[in-house]
Design a protein around this ligand. Structure first.
Ligand SMILES: Nc1ncnc2c1ncn2[C@@H]1O[C@H](COP(=O)(O)OP(=O)(O)OP(=O)(O)O)[C@@H](O)[C@H]1O
Length: 623
């Protein structure tokens, strides 16, 4: 019979190399990977056979069989699943099927370097067979009934495929074990791995003729009958996790939709650990039959960190994966489950804020992503956001609902200001008036925060307002206004002096500001930059400029700012005097004040020009 020889794809060779040489401490997972592939193949077959009648070997029971042979040192895993045609064998077991295989690989290398045990979370897939096998044979026959084939490789660089007659539907994997992997030919060893990793596989696993797993869908059982241990074991199984989950939500509903959902929040955020974007971790079932693994449809993208299952009897069993995407029922399910989960988080936060804070620091970024990308859940998400504030303890962010409770009776808006750190914000000009009037202000310390709050726009009927807005309504009452206005107490400038100074400063700064005005808000600082348009905050502007630069785009038109000055500040008072004596130097000082205020706003100035000017001023000082 004709045998063809094929080279592994370059990426596959790399992967094989890693699998064989660096993952040996995590060897046990290869059993889990092969069982999970077998279960996938069975699920696929079950799903397909619902709609098709002409399936090959239709009478064969759906199960996984495992046999060990201590004498021959082999381990054999057989499934009666969907099987593979010749082409599928060549393609699926010769290349890396994952999308973006190269990124996957580099992440894998990265993970191997960091913490080998984390790699188990990703699933190395079929190739993990070579962790323990010196040779792997895959005999497979597709459910379409075409002739079966055998695939053979020692994992070094190539594989062969030969036609093989008389096979049943499904796949048999025969692993000739390496000398140092003999233990995998022992029944107890395999049994303990199955108990640890594969207890919840939804098909019988027969080890040497004996069923060793409980084939029951945990999520369909009554909550009160499920033990903590069972939940944890199930989470470990479904999330490939080694620890228990941070949060768990198990809920059922009958109307308007029949839903059974079991969702887990992991302990770690793998995206920030440097593993790239995580795949969605929730599987969609209909009456216990898997119809969409790692479903992208059942939850919004920003909940991709969740693990678990959703089962709904209302879904048509024969729905194709493509049809799921724009199925109205799936959209409804998504909405119900998402809202329920967000409500659950809010309840948990109320019960144990400390624990929720841990969740927030690990997964808060996803919820922020939700606010900026999904209008539908903004109200629910708003309650879950946390920020540091002028009234929060360092490192203990507060929620918007708490802020609202503490608001002054006459306060109508919720204020926030962006900055690189609590210390930097508190030393800056924007919080001065808030401090003086004892009004709480939120500190947005992350680049994305201002986008989040501007998308949210309001909370509990109160507008969210950045404190770098020009038209801040904070100084409303006349008293304040008067207090901050120019007095004639000799310490400050008179009205004419001020007007003249403003006029002149405006001329000097004409190219960079829209206006120079007397501030009603500054208490100590000489000046600050505010945004006249009130839409973009300085932080948002900085980030957009940086991202344009990253993308190699031309810098956008810079929006012009307004400079507010404090006529009670000694520097400003003396500036008027200096102007009379040495207008040239005074003009340099004006420009420097502007640049300083820009820097405090987190905005970019021309460093070359600014440093040169700074030296010119210093030279005069030391003269
Ligand atoms: N027992 C099997 N029966 C049928 N097809 C299989 C079997 N094992 C593997 N395959 C096919 O080979 C492909 C590659 O398997 P591999 O385990 O490397 O990746 P995967 O299963 O797609 O990804 P992951 O393991 O990360 O879930 C699978 O997608 C599947 O199409």
């Amino acid at each position: 019979m004709e045998t063809t020889t094929h080279e592994f794809q370059a990426e596959t060779k790399k992967l094989l190399n890693i699998v064989i040489n660096s993952l040996y401490t995590e060897r046990d997972i290869f059993v889990r990977e092969l069982i999970s592939n077998a279960a996938d193949a069975l699920e696929k077959f079950r799903h397909e056979s619902i709609t098709k009648t002409d399936v090959f070997d239709g009478h064969v029971p759906l199960e996984i069989t495992i046999d060990v042979d201590e004498k021959k040192q082999t381990l054999t895993i057989t499934d009666t699943g969907i099987g593979m045609t010749r082409d599928e064998l060549e393609h699926n077991l010769g290349t890396i099927a994952h999308s973006g295989s190269n990124t996957f690989l580099s992440e894998l290398v990265e993970a191997a370097r960091k913490d080998i045990s984390l790699i188990g979370q990703f699933g190395v897939g079929f190739y993990s067979a070579f962790m323990a096998g010196k040779e792997v044979r895959v005999q497979s026959r597709s459910w379409d009934g075409s002739e079966g084939h055998e695939w053979v490789s020692d994992g070094s660089g190539s594989f062969t495929i030969t036609e093989m007659k008389g096979l049943h539907r499904g796949t048999k994997i025969i692993i000739a074990l390496k000398d140092d992997a003999k233990e995998y030919a022992q029944k107890w060893k395999i049994e303990s791995i199955i108990k640890q990793y594969s207890a919840f596989v939804s098909f019988p696993i027969k080890l040497e003729g004996e069923v060793v797993n409980t084939v029951q869908a945990l999520w369909t059982r009554n909550r009160s009958e499920i033990t903590e241990e069972e939940y944890t074991d199930f989470y470990k199984f479904i999330g490939n996790a080694t620890t228990e989950a941070m949060y768990r939500l198990h809920f059922s509903a009958d109307a308007p939709l029949a839903i059974n959902a079991l969702l887990f929040v992991p302990q770690e955020n793998f995206e920030v650990l440097g593993f790239g974007r995580v795949e969605p971790g929730v599987n969609l079932y209909c009456q216990r039959i898997l119809i969409d693994q790692h479903s992208e449809n059942i939850l919004p993208e920003w909940l991709r960190f969740l693990k678990g299952v959703v089962d709904s009897e209302d879904l048509p069993l024969n729905i194709s994966r493509q049809a799921l995407q724009d199925n109205a029922l799936v959209a409804k399910l998504r909405k119900v489950i998402t809202k329920r989960f967000l409500k659950y988080l809010d309840e948990e936060a109320k019960k144990d804020e400390e624990k929720y804070r841990k969740f927030w620091s690990t997964f808060g970024l996803y919820l922020k992503e939700g606010v900026t990308s999904d209008y539908e859940y903004q109200k629910e998400l708003g309650k879950l956001l946390r920020f540091e504030s002028s009234k929060s303890e360092d490192g203990k962010p507060v929620g918007l609902a708490d802020y609202v409770l503490r608001m002054n009776p006459d306060q109508e808006e919720i204020y926030y200001i962006n900055g690189p750190s609590r210390a930097a914000i508190e030393a800056g000009p924007y919080v001065e008036m808030f401090r003086k009037k004892d009004i709480e202000i939120l500190y947005t310390l992350e680049p994305i925060d201002d986008f989040v709050l501007s998308h949210l726009a309001e909370f509990d009927g109160k507008k969210l307002v950045s404190a770098d807005r020009a038209d801040l309504s904070l100084v409303k009452d006349e008293e304040d206004a008067r207090e901050n206005e120019v007095g004639d107490d000799g310490d400050s400038l008179d009205k004419e002096g001020i007007d003249a100074l403003l006029q002149w400063m405006k001329e000097e700064l004409d190219a960079v500001v829209t206006d120079v005005v007397v501030s009603k808000r500054l208490v100590d600082a000489p000046a600050m930059i505010v945004n006249p348009d009130g839409f973009m905050t300085s932080s948002m502007e900085r980030i957009l400029a940086a991202s344009r630069k990253d993308q190699g785009l031309m810098a956008g038109e810079k929006s012009k700012k307004t400079l507010e000055i404090n006529p009670k500040n000694p520097l400003i008072i003396k500036l008027a005097g200096l102007r009379e004596k040495d207008e040239k130097l005074a003009a340099e000082v004006v420009k420097q004040i502007h640049d300083n205020a820009m820097i405090q706003a987190g905005l970019v100035v021309d460093p070359l020009e600014m440093v040169e000017r700074n030296y010119r001023i210093l030279n005069r000082v030391v003269d």
